[in-house]
Write a protein that binds this ligand. Structure first.
Ligand SMILES: Nc1ncnc2c1ncn2[C@@H]1O[C@H](COP(=O)(O)OP(=O)(O)O)[C@@H](O)[C@H]1O
Ligand SMILES: [Mg+2]
Length: 253
């Protein structure tokens, strides 16, 4: 099945067990929201899906994560290739201030590419990625200037373009709108809806309206455990667990 399947996932930092026996499916061509109180393990879960968790000294993972038929923790799988296939977008747009807009989008290709991209190829990918995020018209006349001067929303779309440029299968978005004004946030939500036709999207958000608006499926995590998972209307309108209900209605978690 396309997408990501997570089986009996456990994650530790040193001796602290952070994720406990998480079983979950993130279907392809759909948006799944991951919600839960601060510190419950949402970001840790995302980092287990692209093998970034193990980069933290002392961190450990157990269980299985299957990405479009690749068992990503299987012996012999190259974590660098997994990180290309599973892209990540963070809360604060992480642009390189001294690089141009063009270089900011193309940098992932340079880092991920085993082969060297010829200039023409690089240009095609950069333009396509900027078009995908709806930024091309806004920046095409200033591609070779730095990204300073772009708004926060534009910078976030630039970061999404950079992630798309290496042709991932999955987009992990960790609170991508938390630093944006409501108009820019809505723009990112529209973009997510467009992109889900081609990608598996996993969205961590603290904004319940946003989850309800864009997510097809919702997973609620509390203290490292998956408490509830279902279609977004199911989870929001008929939560089965009292903890889910309390969290989404804001009456204590
Ligand atoms: N690099 C780290 N080293 C040690 N503990 C960490 C690290 N990152 C996160 N944690 C701990 O893991 C738990 C889950 O964190 P996190 O996944 O960031 O939660 P969330 O994204 O839901 O707010 C928290 O208790 C946090 O303090
Ligand atoms: Mg987090």
């Amino acid at each position: 099945m396309a997408g990501i399947q997570v089986e009996a996932l456990h994650a530790w930092y040193g001796r602290d067990l952070i994720l406990k026996q998480v079983d979950l499916v993130f279907p392809g061509k759909a948006i799944t929201a991951v919600i839960g109180p601060s510190g419950c393990g949402k970001s840790t879960l995302l980092r287990c899906l692209n093998r970034m968790h193990e980069l933290v000294p002392g961190a450990r993972v157990a269980g299985r994560v299957v990405l479009n038929e690749t068992d990503i923790y299987h012996y012999g799988v190259n974590p660098v290739e997994i990180r290309r296939r599973v892209g990540m977008v963070f809360q604060n747009p992480n642009i390189f201030p001294t690089m141009t807009i063009f270089q900011n989008v193309g940098v992932g290709l340079a880092l991920a590419g085993r082969q060297r991209y010829r200039h023409r190829q690089l240009e095609t990918r950069v333009v396509k990625s900027l078009q995908q995020v709806g930024l091309w018209e806004e920046v095409k006349d200033r591609l070779h200037r730095t990204a300073t001067g772009l708004s926060a929303g534009q910078l976030q779309r630039l970061c999404i373009a950079r992630t798309l440029a290496v042709e991932p299968e999955v987009l992990l978005m960790d609170e991508p709108c938390s630093a944006l004004d409501p108009i820019a946030a809505i723009r990112i939500e529209e973009l997510m809806r467009e992109l889900k036709a081609s990608y598996t999207i996993i969205l961590v958000t603290h904004n319940m309206q946003q989850a309800a608006r864009v997510a097809d499926f919702t997973a609620f995590i509390s203290r490292g455990e998956l408490i509830e998972y279902g279609s977004t209307p199911e989870v929001f309108l008929r939560p089965r667990d009292l903890r889910t209900e309390r969290y989404i209605t804001g009456t204590g978690g």
